[in-house]
Design a protein around this ligand. Sequence first.
Ligand code: ADP
Ligand code: MG
Length: 459
Amino acid sequence: MGSNRMTDAAWSTVRNSLKGVIGDNNYVTWIAPLKLSSAQDGVVHLSAPTNFVANWVNRHYADHILRCIAAAGEPVSRVEISVDTATPRTDDRLQRTLKAAPLVAPSRSSDDADPVAGLDSRYTFDNFVVGKPNALAHAAARRVAEGSAVTFNPLFLYGGVGLGKTHLMHAIAWELHARNPELRVLYLSAEQFMYRFVTALRERSVMDFKNLFRSVDVLMVDDLQFIAGKDSTQEEFFHTFNALVDQNRQLVFSADRAPGEIKDLEDRIKSRLQSGLVVDLHPTDYELRLGILQQKVALNRASYGDVVIGDGVLEFLAHRITTNVRILEGALTRLFALASLVGREITLDLAQDTLADILRSSERKVTVEEIQRKVAEHYNIRLSDMIGPKRQRTIARPRQIAMYLAKSLTTRSLPDIGRRFGGRDHTTIMHGVRKVEELRSTDSQLAEDLELLRRLLQS
Ligand code: ADP
Ligand code: MG
């Protein structure tokens, strides 16, 4: 690299190697939120979304980062981490990184005979919290893990990001291994499957590839949607699949959606995947999230000692971080780190401060239609009156309140909001918004109503 500037591409290489060094969870919690802001003359500036993250990274990871940058061949003498006040968009980056990062430990590829290669030791059945949304997937995984007769073949698990697919697959592999250490269980991501196949093609070792994949007792391929559209990989996958099924070997797959919904996946593969048991992991509910948090608290105690989590903090997290268990865990890891750093109880306030970036990115997106519905319900008027022409106060006022909430809780423009209020002009919307702004300082009942509605809508 001739220039003295580090590129984003180089930074992403560095991030990848950091992941290997500090582990997935720490990576997600501390490194993923960092942004490269500048790198010149040997000084690399990174920005963090909150003070807390900046301090923690400075204290614990600055050396690691420095070493990894140097190892990537970039000129560096110092790493500086500061708080990023300008760009709240870090959240999106975090989200994207989370989506992009397969949670698979780098597999020791030279070591395929090792049944536990690439498995995360924490992803066991013991550590998996069962609730209504994942009960069926869990039961199916358990059944396969008993390793008795092959009943469902393949087992196909699907569901959104961070709902526990990888965790369940590793758990199956661990359990099979524990019951029968002789069993050859091969777990890998679809990406690794493709990578190995392509490498085999290049190195003219396709026979070895075939022999390896056809000699396993159990084959597990994670994130199968990845092979969609990759023709020669699909072809090879299809043949591997058939060969193993013919020998009555167990197959387990996961994907982010049902087989039939994966675009650019060959029909013959879709139908093979559907021929076994297809189960989905549903989005988590509040109880499951709380259960997971409580379990993680118990697990974290082992490494962080006696940390006091204040009343309501876990409930708050379970309530607010609703999409992705990985983000929920990251939030908790950060709280534990904070607690051990400041040596005092984690109160709700402290939690909100520390997790500002995560909470911001998890905010539910409210729609204008939802606002209209809730406001109409609250004031006991018809939903149709929200967009209709009636002018009497009992209807016009709630309508204005809905306009105000639409302006403050969504990112829609005034003309856009106007369209959703029965094609009203943007000046009408602006008038309504101003009116409510005025009233809220004088009319305490109205101010209370607004607060209540806001809470209802954002929960
Ligand atoms: P996916 O593969 O579906 O994207 P993962 O299996 O990687 O999701 O899960 C993301 C994180 O959430 C992991 O750290 C995992 O341990 C945790 N997790 C998900 N569901 C549960 C659960 N039911 N109990 C305990 N931990 C869970
Ligand atoms: Mg996964």
